[in-house]
Design a protein around this ligand. Sequence first.
Ligand code: ADP
Ligand code: PAZ
Ligand code: K
Length: 298
Amino acid sequence: MILAIDIGNTTVALGGIRDGRVCFVARMDTVRTRTAAEYRAEMDKIFAHRRHPERPMRFEGAVLTSVVPQITGALAECARHYTGKKPVIVSPDIRTGLTMGVDEPGSVGKDRLVDAAYAAANFPLPVVTVDLGTATTFNVVDEDRVFRGGVICPGLSTGLRALGERCAQLPQVHLGSPKSAIGTNTEKCMLSGSVMGTAVLIDGMVQRIEEELGRPATLVVTGGLAKYVTPLCRHPLTYDPELLMKGLALLYQLNAQQPQHHSAGGRHYGPQNQHGRARQRYPRKRTRCERADEARTG
Ligand SMILES: Nc1ncnc2c1ncn2[C@@H]1O[C@H](COP(=O)(O)OP(=O)(O)O)[C@@H](O)[C@H]1O
Ligand SMILES: CC(C)(COP(=O)(O)O)[C@@H](O)C(=O)NCCC(=O)O
Ligand SMILES: [K+]
């Protein structure tokens, strides 16, 4: 099993990945001042809780993506502790299968790179990925596998919270699915604006992106808040809550140094086809362990 760590602005997601499949996902809060020891204590608890007496949890390697530089080092240290190896850390310098077609490849959020790399390897191109987290991000990969850039907007929860804080007469509201565009009270108006507004944003922005690309695009949506929004979108889409974890598995495969079986030198990489792309993986029936883990993690 490999350990995948996704450091976002709200949550640090931990994934256990076996043969490119996500076996479990657990979440910790993102706290910028937390130390490696503090995160390790929390991870110990998470892993102890999941450990099966006959199948102790063992990680042969780790891969990490971060958009919170303050805690990247602490979690890289944790990854090293659990695997005995340096983790693969996502950056534009590792193999992603993408060519960067933006002004400053180094400034692109590393989570955006992971989403884009996975989508480019697994969906018809061009492809647009949308990640609904603290921020709402769009990433565009064209038919030549060039990462063209995208869109960054306030996340819908971030926007809702800001309304409650900045407007004297607006309350903090619980997220839910609006039933109609026309809200009949304050809360319903706010839910319509943030949740349906995000669905309309996705439909509208993807339409503009398709116009700029000059052709239709595949749309893939992920992120902690996607489940509220995707039912309201009109553009055909694939909803994959595990996009980022699967992307991390792919990047691990492409970049982790494999044990060497021959005396000849050189780095050995994971499975690739002749174009240097990750081999596509197709859905298979999930094992009982995976279904049980999913049920537990929700
Ligand atoms: N499984 C979930 N169910 C409901 N809300 C969630 C879930 N996971 C995350 N969230 C909420 O979604 C928002 C963004 O989460 P997430 O996608 O983890 O963002 P980030 O990647 O920016 O850390 C937060 O407000 C968080 O509370
Ligand atoms: C846009 C983001 C804040 C999204 O982060 P998230 O919502 O996943 O926590 C992150 O990808 C980021 O910090 N990006 C750097 C700037 C850029 O992507 O151009
Ligand atoms: K995210």
